[in-house]
Write a protein that binds this ligand. Structure first.
Ligand code: CTP
Length: 217
């Protein structure tokens, strides 16, 4: 089995020394890469900038990217051959319209940056998904969690979505733990306890493998 995973944040450059980014650490995506590799899969891990080392497991091939556009390019190249797609990256939704060639000097009391939409990697690849391929997305929400997650599941053609609520202590960014709820396209919902991200990754892998074996049956 081949698995494609996006992980970490993206950095969208403003000028040669500044960028727009976010607090994603990549830990959940890297834990998923390890868990899929342990289950025997060949993993392509496409990672935004993180402080994590490339996984040592020889079944994981890591590609480093910076921007959403680069992440899309790498993911689009690997997607057709992958049986499972996991979109764990926190891709910046917008990027500066122009990247200043030189460091922007301060002038005046305010500065306005014009931002343009970044490609939605999961949604764009979702349109190319073949019936035998399986796509997993993430949703990090603060309110109306289930409704937002179900909307994303449909819009991005996911088979399964991993919902994190920032209302749950210990879930989401900057933690070594996570508390997730899995929702599938058939409406089934499974709520998991707060646990280390490595254990959450194994729960997700087990669920994906179970769904794939049901399809084969
Ligand atoms: N995603 C992606 N490319 C993007 C934005 C999001 O692949 N440009 C993926 C994420 O990796 C995640 C899922 O889409 O699996 C949901 O991401 P999220 O940021 O919660 O969704 P958005 O569509 O950006 O919705 P929101 O309006 O909440 O920002």
């Amino acid at each position: 089995m081949r698995v494609l995973i996006t992980a970490g944040p993206t950095y969208e450059p403003i000028d040669p020394v500044r960028f727009i980014g976010n607090h994603s650490t990549g830990k959940m995506g890297y834990a998923l890469a390890e868990a899929f590799a342990e289950s025997g899969a060949q993993v392509t891990l496409i990672s935004g900038p993180t402080t994590l080392p490339d996984p040592a497991n020889s079944q994981i091939r890591t590609t480093r990217v910076e921007t959403g556009a680069q992440m899309y390019g790498a993911a689009a190249a690997a997607a057709p051959e992958a049986d499972v797609w996991v979109f764990a990256a926190a891709v910046a939704d917008y990027r500066p319209r122009e990247v200043a060639p030189n460091k922007i000097k301060k002038a005046g009391d305010t500065l306005t940056l014009e931002l343009v939409r970044n490609v939605d990697i999961a949604a764009t690849l979702g349109q190319t998904k073949r019936p035998e391929q399986f796509s997993v997305g993430f949703a990090l929400e603060t309110n109306d969690e289930e409704a937002h997650a179900r909307g994303k599941l449909q819009r991005k053609n996911f088979d399964l979505i991993v919902l994190n609520s920032l209302r749950d202590p210990g879930a989401g960014f900057r933690h070594d733990t996570n508390k997730v709820t899995l929702l599938d396209a058939a409406g089934q919902m499974t709520i998991f306890e707060l646990k280390p991200k490595a254990a959450v990754a194994h729960d997700i892998v087990r669920t994906v493998l179970a769904r794939l074996s049901l399809r084969d049956a």
